[in-house]
Structure formats: C-alpha cells, structure tokens
Design a protein around this ligand. Structure first.
Ligand code: CMP
Length: 143
C-alpha cells in the first residue's frame, strides 16, 4: 500500500446541515488523516475553474451556482491508498446508488447536492490539492 494525499470538499449542503464533524469522523475512522483544512466561500471564478472538466456538461452552470451558494470546507486527506479509500467512504456520486453506510448514502440530498467531493486519481489529486493549498499549509503528522 502506498501513502497518498487526496483533496476532499465538504459541500454547501452538508455544511448547511451542520455535518462537518460527522463527516470528519467518518474520514478519520476510515484511517484518513486531515493534514490541511480550511472553511471558505468559493468565488464564481474558483468554482468554474475547479470544475472546468465538466464545462460542456448540462449540469455545469447549476453545479457552479450550488458550489458558491454557501461555505465549503476543503481538506487534504493523507493515508494508505487515500484516493480510493476516500471514494469508498464517500460512496457513489448519486446518493441513490451509494452503498449503505457511505457518506453520500447517509447525508447527500441529490446527485448535485451530494455532500462531498473527492479527487478521482493521482493526477487530479495533485492538481486539486495545489488549487487550494500551498505545500507549507499541509502538515503531515511527521512534519
Ligand atoms: P463531484 O464528485 O464533486 O464531481 C462533479 C460534480 O458534479 C458531482 O460531484 C456532482 O455534484 C455533480 N454532478 C455529477 N453528475 C451530475 C448530474 N447528472 N446532475 C447534476 N450534477 C451532477
């Protein structure tokens, strides 16, 4: 197993429902360490840029509006196979398809307001982490 880092976002619907602590508990219980964290409100430009890969999708403009509708919490997670582990704990994008006991099955409202985001591959994890955090803001337990 290799130690990886991944980018996680607690989205506006979950922050509004006061679920930050419950979601952090799920992540930590799964063996992931939060090595950087910030609450922020995304600008429209940040949301557009972050999700630029979905620019041509019909849901893009609604997704951007939703992501700027309230504060989010962004964090870097570190651990063995952190990218896949985080995606396992999150569950499928659409909560209707998410396995029981996953964050999205338990807390998400819809395919768009789906409580959390997690990077899907090492390249995107690197890009997404760099989007929000400088190297010096990421504090591994042994640093
Ligand atoms: P996320 O994992 O952050 O990646 C892209 C986001 O787009 C996704 O979570 C959802 O919030 C949103 N999304 C994906 N598919 C759809 C869809 N079919 N309709 C609306 N929003 C979607």
């Amino acid at each position: 197993m290799s130690v990886e880092r991944t980018l996680s976002i607690i989205k506006p619907d979950a922050v509004a429902k006061n679920l930050i602590g419950k979601i952090y508990d799920r992540l930590e219980t799964a063996g992931l360490q939060i090595v950087a964290s910030r609450m922020m409100r995304l600008t429209r430009q940040q949301a557009q840029e972050f999700y630029v890969v979905h620019k041509e999708r019909p849901f893009y403009s609604d997704l951007v509006e939703y992501m700027i509708s309230g504060p989010v919490v962004v964090q870097v997670l570190e651990g063995d196979n952190a990218i896949a582990r985080n995606r396992e704990v999150m569950g499928a994008t659409n909560p209707a398809d998410a396995a029981p006991g996953t964050i999205r099955a338990d807390f998400a409202e819809s395919v768009e307001s789906n409580a959390v985001h997690g990077s899907d591959a090492p390249e995107t994890a690197y890009t997404e982490i760099s989007f929000f955090f400088d190297v010096g803001e990421i504090l591994s337990r042994d640093s």
